[in-house]
Ligand binder design. Structure first.
Ligand SMILES: *Cc1c(COP(=O)(O)O)cnc(C)c1O
Length: 362
């Protein structure tokens, strides 16, 4: 039998889904330590207390998890100071994003987002048969919120605002976001994707939860994958007004968030203070890297996340290759630029060496 024998009718919309292009593995010289700076992961190993909980829960993996993630939902609600009915969980915030699109969009409905932004956005839109409407970033790699407001039509059901923006790093500012929200019809859901919110220090960054309290069409997306260091366990959540949160529970994969992930997330919230120290150390490293790169003459977008963006255009593959030779796995985006995660101090030092050599060469 060959593939041609498969006559199953698959949805045409899947043909539009862009193929995922993972970063190439580094090809280090013998004896060189390599660092993975390509997925914005937390470089710290799990906290011992979190690891212990995971091992304990693993002993009951023959059982289905709590379908409603009751303990986790309550812990998130307590942590954020919102009622539990506002919280909906999923298999990573990408999973929650899929639930959001499934809950809001049918065939031909439009999803507005900035571009370049998180690569999952066009994928989840296409998968639902919705039409992605990608609005170019400004020249300084920020959301162009006036252009996004202008892109909203009567087919728009969902707007995604990524702040800080992955992969470029800047946050949207409160004033411009409020202006934007004032222009979006009340029946269009605006999701503020705050995957990196714990790393933000800019006082002009929005308080998304405060905006949500005032506006029934705003939802906030958060994850345990980045600052909380649980990327491998797949757990994220949305905070939304109860009718929206209830819809997200309906479109979730039943029992999607494993018991291990639920318990690890609860334990991580309990260890918030300890994790905040790690986040603070990463922010200090980010500022060190940003200052050093500026000193080398680089003009980069103002990052508030745990990564930096090199807008290198056609030089993107060459810079990524130079990083690879130095043992750094980074994330090139076609002819746009290279995103590099802030990692261990030694990894960041090596990035600064590659970047300095690139300036001299270039
Ligand atoms: C990493 C990331 C996420 C989180 O993905 P998970 O599925 O929770 O691991 C969500 N949004 C953005 C913009 C991200 O960069």
């Amino acid at each position: 039998m060959t593939d041609d024998d498969v006559q199953v009718r698959l949805r045409r919309t899947l043909e539009a889904i862009p193929a995922y292009v993972p970063g190439k593995p580094a090809q280090p010289e013998a004896g060189q330590t390599t660092y993975k700076l390509s997925s914005n992961e937390n470089p710290y190993p799990p906290l011992p207390a979190v690891q212990a909980v995971v091992e304990q829960t693993a002993a009951s993996m023959n059982r289905y998890p709590d379908m409603f993630a009751t303990g986790l939902v309550q812990a998130i609600a307590d942590h954020l100071g919102v009622p539990a009915e506002y919280v909906a969980t999923g298999t990573g915030s990408v999973g929650v994003l899929g639930q959001i699109v499934a809950a809001t969009c049918g065939e031909g409905d439009e999803v507005v987002f900035a571009w370049r932004s998180f690569e999952a956005y066009p994928i989840v839109a296409h998968a639902a048969g919705a039409v992605p409407v990608a609005v170019p970033l400004t020249a300084d790699a920020r959301h162009d919120l006036p252009a996004m407001a202008a892109a909203v039509t009567d087919r728009t059901r969902l707007v995604l605002v990524c702040t800080p923006n992955n992969p470029t790093g800047p946050v949207v500012h409160t004033a411009e976001l409020v202006d934007f929200l004032d222009q979006v019809p009340r029946d269009v859901l605006v999701v503020i994707d705050e995957a990196y919110v714990e790393f933000v220090q800019d006082p002009q960054a929005p308080d998304a939860l405060a905006l949500l309290r005032e506006r029934p069409n705003v939802a906030v997306l958060r994850t345990f994958s980045k600052a909380y260091g649980l990327a491998g366990l797949r757990v994220g959540f949305a905070v939304a007004h109860p009718p929206v949160a209830a819809a997200l529970r309906k479109t979730a994969v039943p029992f999607g968030v494993s018991g291990i992930a639920q318990d690890a997330a609860v334990a991580s919230l309990a260890a918030s203070a300890e994790l905040a120290e790690r986040v603070q150390a990463l922010v200090i490293e980010r500022e060190r890297v940003v200052t050093a790169l500026a000193g080398q003459g680089w003009q980069l977008p103002a990052t508030q996340a745990n990564f930096v963006w090199f807008p290198l255009g056609e030089d993107t593959p060459a810079f990524a290759a130079a990083c690879g030779e130095a043992g750094l796995v980074v994330r090139p985006y076609a002819a746009d630029g290279v995103r590099v995660t802030i990692g261990e101090t030694a990894a960041n030092d090596r990035l600064l060496e590659v970047a300095a050599a690139w300036r001299v060469r270039g």
